[in-house]
Write a protein that binds this ligand. Structure first.
Ligand code: PLP
Length: 387
């Protein structure tokens, strides 16, 4: 019976999914709970994507190549040129069941026990758990709210050891929305040039979700000379509101891509053929929906900021991108106890501890303006009632 303990420690459940499940169970039992846990757009996928999927569903859909269907690979390369200004060849792209599986397969392909992965915090909760599942060690670089939660070149330099295998960069970041401009990326690249054994996993899944109106900057574009050790990760989940379709991809050096593909071939072979056809339609079709939705995300962010910043119980910075708010609790360091209290008060959020940042809370703005505003009001009421 106790053997479960070891297994559970090695294969932890995502704390985000765990909180979302609790919120869903309470709602199913008839409780009035506003769920601000999941990073899941509340929009439908673009209509032309659904139309394409309906059309293709009537055709015979067989297995497809483990690195993705040729038409999707070509759509990804074209989108990368359009959106990032970077040209990738066909053997530099591989497709998986979401960005998440690409990241998992990448770590599986490259990490061994004793290896280190440099992980700026606050981080997306799955990175450290995946790294530990490979027997490797996450080396956490704590980001400061006052520095926009960015990793500095000095901190990066100091963290690199002979065992460092990867630096994980996630911008716009989950949970903080932190972004890097080209100059900041260039300074990180200067450090990386001195340490050729360190690769960069650049998770750009929120590249299209910006509130500051600035263009996305990718380290792959800023430092083209690092092309043989940068893996760019992206997908359709967030930009096109296609989380459940499970399509993500990696863009990087051909030998690494081949290893990631080999692992994909040995587990689920490929992501759904129908989903791949839909993802190609999303990338090839009109892109104005991205701007329209960005405007809505920004309105939500601004409305939530107005409510939250009206209380001294929270300190909240305006994120540049992604669709989360990451306020600091000023009255208590115990974010986990506070998340429990908030759940009782009818609003579900994820405690900052899940992201390596105790004392913070993550709120997802991927929900309608009225619901989000009501959720924020409940948070303030609960926090101030407490104070
Ligand atoms: N990377 C980050 C930073 C995320 O926040 C998420 C989803 O929450 C993912 C990757 C996974 O995205 P996908 O749905 O493509 O697997």
């Amino acid at each position: 019976m106790h053997s479960h303990t070891t297994t559970d420690a090695l294969i932890p459940t995502s704390p985000i999914l765990a909180m979302a499940r609790r919120a869903a169970a309470l709602r199913a039992a008839g409780h009035d709970v506003i769920d601000l846990t999941l990073g899941e757009p509340d929009f439908a996928p673009p209509a032309h994507v659904v139309d394409a999927a309906m059309r293709h569903a009537h055709t015979s859909l067989g297995y497809s190549p483990s690195n993705g269907m040729p038409l999707l690979r070509s759509a990804i390369c074209a989108a990368s040129l359009r959106d990032r200004g970077v040209t990738f060849e066909d053997d530099q792209v591989t497709v998986g069941c979401g960005a998440k599986q690409i990241i998992f397969n990448t770590f599986l392909a490259t990490l061994e026990p004793g290896d280190e992965v440099i992980l700026p915090s606050p981080y997306w909760a799955s990175y450290p758990d995946m790294i530990r599942m490979m027997g490797a060690t996450p080396v956490i670089l704590s980001g400061l709210m006052d520095d926009g939660f960015r990793v500095s070149p000095e901190a990066l330099e100091a963290a690199i050891t002979p065992c460092s295998r990867w630096l994980v960069l996630n911008a716009p970041g989950n949970p903080t929305g932190a972004t890097y401009d080209s100059d900041q990326l260039d300074k990180l690249a200067q450090v990386l040039r001195r340490h050729p054994h360190v690769r960069v996993l650049s998770d750009e899944i929120y590249a299209h979700i910006r509130h500051d109106g600035r263009a996305h900057a990718s380290i792959r574009k800023v430092a083209p000379d690092l092309h043989d050790r940068v893996l760019v990760v992206d997908g359709v989940s967030k930009a096109y509101a296609m989380t459940g379709w499970r399509v993500g991809w990696g863009l990087g050096p051909a030998p690494l891509i081949a290893r990631i593909t080999a692992i994909q071939g040995q587990n689920c072979t490929q992501t759904s053929t129908l989903s791949q056809l839909a993802a190609a339609a999303a990338l090839d079709g009109p892109q104005d929906i991205l701007t329209e939705r960005n405007t809505l995300y920004r309105q939500r962010r601004d409305a939530a900021m107005v409510i939250l910043s009206g209380s001294k119980a929270l300190e909240v910075a305006a994120p540049d991108g992604a669709f989360y708010l990451f306020p600091r609790l000023t009255g208590t360091p115990d974010d986990q106890a506070m998340a429990e209290q908030l759940l009782e008060a009818g609003v579900a959020v994820v405690p900052g501890t899940a992201f390596g940042a105790p004392g913070f809370l993550r709120l997802s703005c991927a929900t309608g303006l009225d619901i989000l505003s009501e959720g924020c009001r409940r948070i303030i009421q609960a926090l101030e009632g407490k104070a």
